[in-house]
Design a protein around this ligand. Structure first.
Ligand code: FFO
Ligand code: ATP
Length: 270
């Protein structure tokens, strides 16, 4: 495997993803968001039921692939964040420290929109943090957003949180990280845009969890079926997801298969 394999896959998948018609995209996004929201709420409920049970343990069973359901018309179906309704900031977080936290991202280019999921989190009292990229060090800092107005345009045209708002000091406090990506495989392998931002960030989280004897958050991705490839080339630094949710299925990582591939149980691929 070499870097050009990854580049070729990125080009191929970007073309496929951009080839979805607006109608296909809207209905698929709707189904992805329904599944992703249900999954997040299930994980958050599990934490609430058992406050001592940290994230990072085996995920609850996921819904099986379902037949296509029509999206209710009131559900967000646009492809740009600004088309979404703005909240008044009063729902969701009230600043209470014990509200569940999810690390999300603001979709860009032709990524599958997760705006409806973010809004559902606000409505359910799940705090949402999104990344700001530090380009020199290729690090990510996460800041809370409570409404779409909290965002401004950053590098690569990605909407980012206000750098003057406080960054999350303890990312291990999150119960889940929603990880963006370009291509995926059914073994929960993931390929991003080539910056290594998320691989570095997730590795740091896993390392901190090991050192502090805490559980790491669950790593989840949302994508369209067309972003799936047979098998991604993996390098030692590539971190596997715990779950991948598409419009027609949910794939969970199989620790036994990881063991046979010679990988550890903490998500690192090899
Ligand atoms: N929505 C979203 N936000 C995100 C990410 C993401 O993948 N999706 N990131 C995930 O990391 C970070 C931003 N990382 C990025 C890394 C590279 C490029 C980019 O445009 N790369 C060039 C190729 C560069 C190269 O090949 O060296 C390109 O694609 O043309 C964009 C964003 C943080 N925020
Ligand atoms: N944990 C890490 N520590 C140091 N360098 C890393 C780490 N993870 C990735 N890198 C470096 O980052 C670069 C990009 O890696 P890769 O192509 O796997 O990124 P990606 O998965 O597409 O990007 P991203 O994680 O931002 O979505 C590579 O040069 C890789 O060596």
């Amino acid at each position: 495997m070499n870097g050009s394999d990854k580049k070729e896959i990125r080009r191929h998948i970007e073309t496929l993803r951009a080839g979805l018609t607006p109608e296909e995209r809207a209905s698929r996004e709707c189904r992805v968001n329904e599944r992703l929201t249900a999954w997040l709420k299930g994980q958050a409920a599990r934490l609430r039921l058992s406050p001592d049970a940290s994230a990072g343990t085996a995920p609850l069973p996921l819904k099986q692939p379902q037949e296509t359901e029509d999206c209710p018309s009131h559900v967000y179906s646009g492809t740009t964040w600004s088309a979404g309704r703005e909240t008044d900031g009063s729902c969701g977080s009230s600043g209470l420290p014990d509200l569940p936290i999810v690390l999300a991202y603001v979709p860009f280019r032709t990524e599958c929109g997760i705006h409806r999921t973010i809004e559902a989190c606000w409505e359910a009292g799940i705090r949402v943090f999104v990344p700001r990229s530090l380009h020199a060090s290729r690090e990510l800092l996460f800041h809370e957003i409570r409404q779409w107005k909290d965002l401004r345009k950053g590098m690569h045209g990605i909407m980012e949180p206000d750098p003057l708002s406080p960054a999350l000091q303890d990312p291990l406090a999150a119960f889940a990280v929603l990880v963006p990506g370009l291509a995926f495989d059914t073994a929960c392998g993931r390929l991003g845009y080539g910056g290594g931002y998320y691989d570095r960030f997730l590795e740091k989280l896993l390392q901190a969890a090991r050192e502090e004897g805490r559980n790491a958050p669950l790593f989840a991705a949302a994508a369209f079926d067309v972003q799936l490839v047979e098998r991604l080339p993996v390098e030692p630094h590539d971190i596997r997801l715990d779950v991948l949710i598409t419009e027609s299925a949910a794939y969970t990582r199989d620790p036994e298969a990881d063991r046979k591939r010679g990988e550890g149980s903490d998500g690192a691929a090899g």
